[in-house]
Each structure stands twice: as structure tokens, then as C-alpha cells.
Design a protein around this ligand. Structure first.
Ligand code: HEC
Length: 175
């Protein structure tokens, strides 16, 4: 019984301590606050597990067709992805270096993600990071699949091809 009482008292003390820490403003929400390695390891594991479990939509048959890849390049530019992630021959906007977590250079990560996973991330975004949900921003599934078609080819897309494919892309911002 005594042990239970001690455990109960400790739990109450911890709860009060946590409430004071978070609601008293001691926790820093600064974008510059470094996460401990345990926190960043957990966040990245949680993100990967969540994407694995949720990404169930299957790609359309046209995913490897050049027309989809080129339409995807255009949508990628029009939706503003290069602002945060950069693109072939295009640098990301300076402000994206102030985002925490950092938007990755997509050509370094797309080989680790399946088309279904890329689709899910672009469609739904990643909560509590700068990665927006493009479904919420008005993109239709077809457009998102074309972006996925482009992303899968991204590591081998030349600057010249990207420029040619995106020349008529009009940013959707402000529309
Ligand atoms: C406002 C900035 C911003 C814009 C615009 C943006 N992203 Fe992101 N994106 C991020 C951030 C930040 C992350 C990292 C999230 C994390 O670490 O969990 C991210 C992550 C991703 C990932 C996941 C990478 C991984 O390793 O899991 C993909 C794929 C991606 N973005 C694609 C896109 C595409 C495609 C577009 C345009 C349709 C886009 N992003 C637009 C900020 C942005």
C-alpha cells in the first residue's frame, strides 16, 4: 500500500511539474531550439512509421510516362515546391534555411520513399513541420500523382530539361 501511495504522490508531482513547465512558458517554442537526440530520433521514427502505415493509395499505370513526368515538373514549379526544397538548377529561398526541421533536398530522399509514400506526404503534409498539405491547398489527386512521377525521376533530371518543362509554369500563389 505504502509503495502505491508513493508512486501516486510522485505521479502527481511529475504532472504538476510538467504543467508548470509547459503552461508557465518555460518550454521554448523557438524554431532555433535544438531538439535532443532522443527527441529527433523519436520524431523521425514516428514520421516514418506513420507514413508507412497510412500510405495505401496505388500509383496510376501512367506513372513512368514522360508526359506525366513533365506535367509533374510543371506542377512542382507551379505549387512552389522549389521555394523550400530547390530543384534542378533552382536554389531554395533563403528563408527555408530558417525552417526547423529543414526541408530536405528531395533528390537525396526520393529513392527511399515509394510512390505511395510520396503521394501521401504531398497530399497530406507533415504535421508540425513546414511541409504543407497540397490537397488542402487545392491540388487534385491527378496533379499530385504527376508530381510523384516527377519526384521519382528527379535524381536524373537535368537542369536543361527541368527548365524546358517548367518554362510555362505559373506559380499558383495568390490565385
Ligand atoms: C514551406 C516549405 C515547404 C514547401 C513549399 C514544400 N515543402 Fe516539402 N517539406 C518541407 C519540410 C520542412 C519538410 C521536412 C519535414 C520533416 O522533416 O518531417 C518537407 C518534407 C517533404 C518530403 C518528405 C521527405 C522525407 O524524407 O520524408 C517530401 C517528399 C516533400 N516535402 C515534397 C514536397 C513537394 C513535392 C512540394 C510541393 C508540392 C513540397 N514538398 C513543398 C517544407 C516544404
Amino acid at each position: 500500500m505504502r509503495i502505491l501511495a508513493v508512486i501516486g504522490a510522485l505521479a502527481i508531482i511529475v504532472a504538476i511539474g510538467a504543467a508548470v513547465f509547459f503552461f508557465g512558458g518555460f518550454y521554448s517554442v523557438a524554431g532555433t531550439a535544438e531538439d535532443t537526440s532522443v527527441v529527433s530520433w523519436s520524431l523521425s521514427r514516428i514520421r516514418t512509421a506513420s507514413i508507412d502505415r497510412h500510405a495505401q493509395d496505388q500509383p496510376p499505370a501512367s506513372i513512368n510516362e514522360p508526359a506525366s513526368v513533365q506535367a509533374g515538373a510543371k506542377a512542382f514549379a507551379a505549387q512552389g515546391c522549389p521555394t523550400c526544397h530547390g530543384g534542378p538548377g533552382v536554389s531554395w529561398a533563403k528563408f527555408s534555411e530558417g525552417l526547423h526541421p529543414d526541408p530536405p533536398d528531395l533528390k537525396d530522399v526520393v529513392n527511399d520513399l515509394s510512390p505511395s509514400q510520396l503521394f501521401w506526404v504531398v497530399k497530406n503534409g507533415i504535421n508540425m513541420t513546414g511541409m504543407p498539405s497540397f490537397a488542402q491547398a487545392g491540388a487534385k489527386d491527378d496533379e499530385i500523382w504527376s508530381i510523384v512521377a516527377f519526384l521519382k525521376k528527379l535524381p536524373s533530371v537535368s537542369e536543361a530539361d527541368y527548365k524546358a518543362w517548367t518554362v510555362s509554369a505559373v506559380p499558383t500563389a495568390g490565385k
